[in-house]
Ligand binder design. Structure first.
Ligand code: IPE
Ligand code: IPE
Ligand code: MG
Length: 245
């Protein structure tokens, strides 16, 4: 079935976030080491980024590495960082060709120096692109992001740059890593896990959740299109009744 033709292009969500999960289990299923799964996961990223561009998404946020992932075996972490550097430097020209702007959220400073440098370079080279913004969540923790926002707000209050009465959810938004983006309307998680794993907790207050049983390396743009068709068949009520909409 062709899901793309079922999408109502005038009503695609502007921001989709994805928890790309299941690389390790996919590799195990194929009798290979976990890193083989991560490498194949890059192909899914390519396909999904392409698909996102085709239907005119504004923001695609991909959860690539959580702060909790630092607890994995050293060899896996090192291999993931290595893969990140190689992928970024390989993909920059394709990003430019497709008018994609690269952004990141998370604690970039905690990444190995060469990773951070490669990312900064790629962000600089793609900063004027006006199509899709591809947001990589790297060394990301939603709770840390929220705590950092609280610290910055407290500092601004103590320095008289902000009044306590002025703090609202809109103001709070501006202190988050995601301050330039609207909240995701749709959150997808692959691999049949039903949890958020410390991802965008504030921003997904009203997101539609979509769970796919596919492991991430099996997920392609067709699966993204299927999720969007599913999203478009839902009624988003925001606390109201159907009749009010
Ligand atoms: C997602 O796949 C990629 C990262 C978290 C970096 P996993 O590596 O979590 O794969 P599973 O969940 O162990 O199968
Ligand atoms: C969440 O996946 C983080 C990323 C996809 C980068 P995990 O595989 O790390 O999540 P848990 O540990 O199963 O919750
Ligand atoms: Mg996992």
């Amino acid at each position: 079935m062709d899901y793309k033709s079922q999408i109502n292009i005038s009503e695609v969500p502007s921001h989709v976030a994805i928890i790309m999960d299941g690389n390790g289990r996919w590799a195990k299923k194929h009798g290979k080491p976990r890193i083989f799964g991560h490498k194949n996961g890059v192909l899914s990223v390519r396909s999904v980024v392409e698909g996102a561009g085709e239907i005119g998404l504004k923001y695609l946020t991909l959860y690539a590495f959580s702060t909790e992932n630092w607890k994995r075996p050293k060899v896996e972490v090192a291999a993931l960082m290595q893969l990140l550097v190689a992928t970024i430097s390989n993909e920059v020209s394709a990003l430019n060709k497709n008018n994609v702007r690269l952004l990141t959220i998370g604690d970039l400073k905690s990444l190995p120096g060469n990773c951070e440098k490669e990312l900064q370079k790629a962000m600089e080279k793609t900063k004027n692109n006006t199509g899709l913004s591809l947001v990589l969540a790297l060394s990301y923790s939603s709770k840390s992001e929220i705590i950092n926002a609280v610290k910055s707000i407290s500092k601004d209050v103590s320095e008289d740059k902000l009044k306590v009465e002025e703090i609202s959810d809109k103001v709070f938004d501006t202190y988050l890593d995601t301050n330039l983006m609207n909240d995701p309307e749709l959150l997808i998680r692959t691999s049949g896990e039903y949890r958020l794993s410390n991802f965008l907790l504030w921003q997904i207050a009203y997101a539609e959740l979509y769970f796919s049983d596919k492991f991430w390396p099996d997920f392609t743009k067709e699966d993204l299109f299927e999720a969007i068709v599913d999203y478009q068949n839902r009624e988003r009520r925001f606390g109201m009744t159907s009749e009010q909409l």
